[in-house]
Design a protein around this ligand. Structure first.
Ligand code: UD1
Length: 432
């Protein structure tokens, strides 16, 4: 167990390289295992424990997965030898449920535990299951596992409830090798969905319309491995924009796709931040103090729910009162921790009313979920005094080299092992 110690109160300055998109990589790594032929070589895969988890799940199913010494991920999936994913791996992360789409497509059978993931309220997989059923799978839920079987998946017209990202991805994976054409209506339009479609098409798939709300997937009889580079992470991009904003900094973000963060840019500009775009760079210059703004989270291209926490953290020191409405998940638990740092925030059902205070103050806090971890870290960088962030393993799931990148921008942030009771015990000879 470890914690991060942050000495706050310094504006971040300098430049930072944005890593590949975690959520895109998770989908594409699983999709790579659809190929019965050839090897996929994936570039720009961010290091993080979620990526490690998905690789372990695939390895357990018989896929050969390894990183080379320049960080590229290689996958060969000529043969899958198991259709059961283990609870110990799947419980760690919701995206591991993509293995169900893969197994149904490749093996016609899947036994996958109902997944866990971040503690951000109830996150069922009923939409995914409904979609698999419409593709012709027989499904039962037994002992916490989804058991699915389909002699042959058949293309179908499927309405994706709430434009769910995970459901869109899982069904694209499953439908790629199905017989006939699948039409996903009300599909998610997130850039990660588009990235997956481009990858599938490169493998020989036939996916049209990704990025709109209607995606057509014509099933093909086989796919082959290819080389591919993952898009930049728009959530990491946004997180560093808010880190610059909350600390009154001046940060240049490199290797970004500005169009993917259009709404966060507009909102930051409304709050008084100056943002300059040049090629694939964004320079983010913050004013002395941010201005209050109102924001509502929405599916892409709206303001992303994954940036709601860094946004609220930043607005907690803005001038005036902001109103932030969360429409996707129940994601306000971290606000109790921000309050411990002096924030003045009231929550009512899905709405946070943020009364800006002049200054946050350091305090020991607990990271409750991945994006909350990012929010508390940037709050700590802006706060006066020292903050100890507990639960840092959650941050390690999805941000590559987070502390190192912040240190390079002048942030005073260090990792320290947390003492545990069991450290006191000397090793004992085993009793045999
Ligand atoms: C993905 C992202 C996550 C992001 C979210 C919304 C990954 C690995 N994760 O999560 O970072 O915050 O999109 O942009 O890409 N729902 C159901 N039943 C289902 C599926 C979803 O009720 O079967 C609900 C969810 O609880 C939520 C809404 O639908 O309220 C949207 O969720 P969804 O878009 O599926 O999010 P994820 O794919 O889990």
């Amino acid at each position: 167990m470890a914690r991060l110690i942050v000495e706050g109160g310094r504006p971040l300055q300098g430049s930072v390289e944005i890593s590949g998109a975690k959520n895109s990589a998770l989908a594409i790594i699983v999709a790579a295992a659809l190929a019965e032929e050839g090897e996929s070589i994936l570039e720009n895969i961010p290091q993080g424990s979620d990526i490690g988890t998905i690789c372990l799940i695939l390895r357990e199913l018989g896929v050969k997965v390894w990183f080379d010494d320049v960080g590229r991920l290689h996958l060969r999936a000529e043969k899958l030898n198991k259709f059961q994913a283990s609870y110990d791996l799947v419980r760690r992360m919701r995206a591991s449920f993509y293995s169900a789409g893969l197994l149904l497509a490749r093996m016609g059978q899947a036994e996958v535990p109902l997944p866990g993931g971040c503690a951000i309220g109830s996150r069922p997989v009923d939409f995914h299951i409904k979609g698999f059923t419409q593709l012709g799978a027989e499904i039962s839920i037994e002992h916490g596992f989804m058991k699915a079987e389909a002699k042959e998946l058949k293309g179908a017209q499927i309405y994706v409830n709430r434009a769910s990202v995970g459901t869109t991805i899982n069904l694209m994976i499953a439908a790629s090798l199905a017989k006939g054409t699948t039409v996903l209506e009300n599909a998610a339009k997130e850039p990660e969905v588009v990235d997956l479609a481009i990858f599938l098409n490169g493998m020989g798939g036939k996916v049209r319309g990704a990025g709109t709300d209607t995606i057509r997937i014509e099933g093909v009889s086989g796919l082959r491995g290819i080389e591919y580079s993952i898009i930049p992470d728009r959530i990491e991009t946004g997180t560093f924009m808010f880190a610059a904003a909350i600390t009154g900094g001046d940060v240049t973000l490199k290797s970004v796709v500005a169009e993917h963060v259009r709404v966060p840019i507009v909102k930051l500009e409304e709050a008084g931040v100056i943002i300059e775009r040049k090629d694939n760079e964004l320079r983010v210059r913050a004013p002395q103090r941010l201005k209050a703004i109102d924001v509502e989270t929405m599916p892409y291209p709206g303001f992303p729910t994954d940036l709601q926490q860094p946004l609220v953290a930043s607005l907690s020191v803005a001038e005036g009162t902001s109103v932030v409405r969360e429409t996707i998940f129940d994601r306000f638990r971290y606000i109790d921790e921000l309050r411990r740092m002096g924030a003045d925030i009231k929550t009512e059902r899905g709405t946070a009313i943020v009364r800006g205070v002049k200054q946050l103050t350091g305090a020991p806090v607990e990271i409750t979920d991945l994006r909350a971890g990012a929010a508390l870290t940037i709050a700590a960088l802006a706060a006066e005094g020292r903050t100890d962030l507990y639960g840092v393993e959650i941050l390690d799931r999805g941000y590559e080299l987070f502390e190192e990148k912040l240190q390079n921008l002048g942030g005073r942030i260090y990792r320290k092992k947390t003492a545990e009771g069991r450290d006191l015990f000397a090793p004992r000879p085993s009793r045999k």
